[in-house]
Write a protein that binds this ligand. Structure first.
Ligand SMILES: C[S@@+](CC[C@H](N)C(=O)[O-])C[C@H]1O[C@@H](n2cnc3c(N)ncnc32)[C@H](O)[C@@H]1O
Length: 243
């Protein structure tokens, strides 16, 4: 079996999938509170910007991959309206369940389905937009997942990859201190799970930087790829067009 990374550890590929599932099974109930605390609310602005760049029109079809508790799916659904469709998906049923309940509470009934981004159960050329918010980092074969996202997009469609990225050099030390000291402690006190938040910090460090991810998206077939740094590169939005 091939090896891969789980944070800073080298593990078998199957072991990584099992551990990632464990992380999200564990954090699902406190995921939204932790997101607000850890990012001091910034994830809301990053997602709002992603929705702006998605530039959705009523009637369009959107696939939200690794959709978790449904922030992006909810915002996209408001944009495409009742004539459009947003499919809310994730590999993890615990995360998806929290998301589905939140969407229902917001008055939205969306098709919600458990699926692996590396094997999407949709025909080619199905969607106007595909999004993946803070999910790509956790996938074992990012190249396969990106190729699948490209396959299911319609020609001219847009992929939006919102993910943690490489922070600007002057901020590196402070960001490292925050990530490896504050995040695991917040995890311990709020989510009763220090290890998952240590994994979060490590997985961000192991994730490809802005230029590398852009190259991977081009390799997956995207004709035009650009990225927008946010909060000095703490997060970046990569946008790929299927030409
Ligand atoms: C940090 S959460 C992001 C949730 C949401 N998109 C957000 O931005 O708040 C990452 C999600 O990626 C999902 N995930 C990990 N590997 C996946 C895969 N191979 N296919 C689909 N989803 C995956 C996890 O289950 C988890 O719900």
């Amino acid at each position: 079996m091939s090896k891969t990374h789980f944070g800073f550890e080298t593990v078998d590929e199957r072991e990584k999938a099992r551990r990632v599932r464990g992380v999200f099974d564990s954090v699902a109930p406190s995921y939204d509170v932790m997101n607000d605390l850890m990012s001091m609310g910034l994830h809301r602005a990053w997602k709002a910007y992603t929705v702006l760049v998605a530039d959705l029109k009523p009637g369009q079809r959107v696939l939200d991959i690794a959709g978790g508790t449904g922030d992006l799916a909810q915002a996209f659904a408001r944009k495409v309206g009742s004539t459009g469709m947003v499919v809310h998906t994730d590999i993890n049923a615990s995360m998806l369940r929290v998301g589905r309940d939140r969407l229902l509470d917001a008055g939205l009934v969306l098709p919600t389905l458990v699926c692996d981004a590396e094997k999407l159960p949709f025909a080619r050329d199905s969607f106007d937009r595909v999004s993946v918010g803070f999910g790509l980092r956790n996938m074992t074969h990012k190249d396969k997942a990106l190729a699948e996202m490209h396959r299911v997009l319609k020609p001219g469609g847009k992929l939006l990859v919102l993910e943690f990225s490489k922070v600007a050099r002057p901020l590196e030390k402070a960001y490292d201190w925050y990530s490896f000291n504050v995040l695991p402690r917040l995890g311990r006190f709020i989510a009763r799970d220090e290890a998952s938040y240590r994994y979060l910090a490590e997985s961000i460090r192991m994730h490809p930087g802005q230029e590398e991810l852009k190259g991977m998206m081009k390799m997956a077939g995207f004709g035009h790829v650009d990225y927008h740094n946010m909060t000095a590169g703490v997060a970046a939005l990569h946008v790929g067009i299927k030409c």
